[in-house]
Design a protein around this ligand. Sequence first.
Ligand code: MN
Ligand code: MN
Length: 466
Amino acid sequence: MEKEKSANELLQEQLVFKNEHAALKMTEAELQAAQDFAEGYKKFLDASKTEGDCVETVIAMAKARGYAEFVPGNAYQAGDKVFVQNRGAALMLATIGNGPLEDGLRVIASHVDSPRLDLKPNPLYEDTGIVYLKTHYYGGVRKYQWPTVPLALHGVVYKADGSMVRVTIGEDDNDPQFMITDLLPHLGREQGEKKLSTAFAGEDLNLITGTLPTNDDKLGDKAKFTVLKILHEKYGITEADFHTADLKAVPAYKARDIGLDRSLIGSYGHDDRVCAYASVMAEFAAATPHHTTVTILADKEEVGSAGNTGLDSNFLLYFVEDLCELKGAKPRRVLRATKALSADVNAAYDPNFTSVFEKRNSSLINHGVSVAKYVGSGGKGGTVDASAAYMSFIRTLLDGANVRWQVGELGKIDAGGGGTVAKFLAFLDVDIVDIGVPVLAMHAPYELVSKIDVYMTHRACAAFYV
Ligand code: MN
Ligand code: MN
């Protein structure tokens, strides 16, 4: 028999905020839905290791669901579904709403580029019988994490005649893969004394690509020649074609359940394909919303969003202008009324590394989608600090849809920090806040998320598209 609660106990329950594990507040059906949602997400991850792969995968999924390429000037009706592809590296999907554009759009922006190792323009060389590909890391990587990881190569190469070949090596079970070496512990004494940040330099991240010499006394760099012959036979490319290539080395392993209870997913590239998938699936499910939806999958976030496929460019604005032209609406009025989510991952509190987190304001794994009022560094530097009014809008929305959510800062105030695409949308005079999935080991070659948090992020996106 439970004792009857005192008046103060009841009042305390009412007054005190408790950040609870989401599973404790979910039905069996919801927990199952989170497991089911993860199955689709894992397949998506394995098919989408670069922004180009992502865009291709999502366009195929969208076409299968009735999306057609947007044609400026065409007439569109409520419920019509369109997409705009930006140079194979970024994508926008939209569902035309049945309300006036002046009521504002509903925009969710995530990014589909992830930290990785890009090949340099002159990557190929031989040293002491070993052939290497030199890389230039892309985004914020902890360099020491990348040696002794099986790597695959993804990308495109343009040949001298202007024709393009696609390259994917290392994903098929029968493919060879690539690797960066590390020192054996027996000889690692001096390296072990170095700081983590300097133990590996950018110029040390060289992929082993071959070791077999072509047996011909007349040749120099015999092993490099073997590699070039293989590349020429398979793809018709020469060494000079590396100058006109985008080749990216990414971890070759697949997404897997982690933990005996299968509560987590381990994978490369959760940041930020997890929010991309969560928002895309909400976009697909939007039937005839009042507000026209725009789901953005952006490129270049990991390097500051610069470039015409990143959000520090006008590709979103120009699409909004095209939409407005169809309905005779003024873009700036539409943008002024627009509400947006910057859907990006947040750092999950890690009990192994407590010193960089402030527990009361950190996102906890499995506690639901994280809403970050601000991120930034050095005292909210460079961040969008969402207003109390917009936070209130989000709170009402999420609570109304029974979405499990939590707040979250990126970490301790002076521990570091980071930015998102939020500021580039705020620049267009839209309301925006960062929301997304808490991640353990963010930016590592293998990152961890919780299935419940992924599902709740999807539910938050779905609730936003009305
Ligand atoms: Mn991100
Ligand atoms: Mn990132």
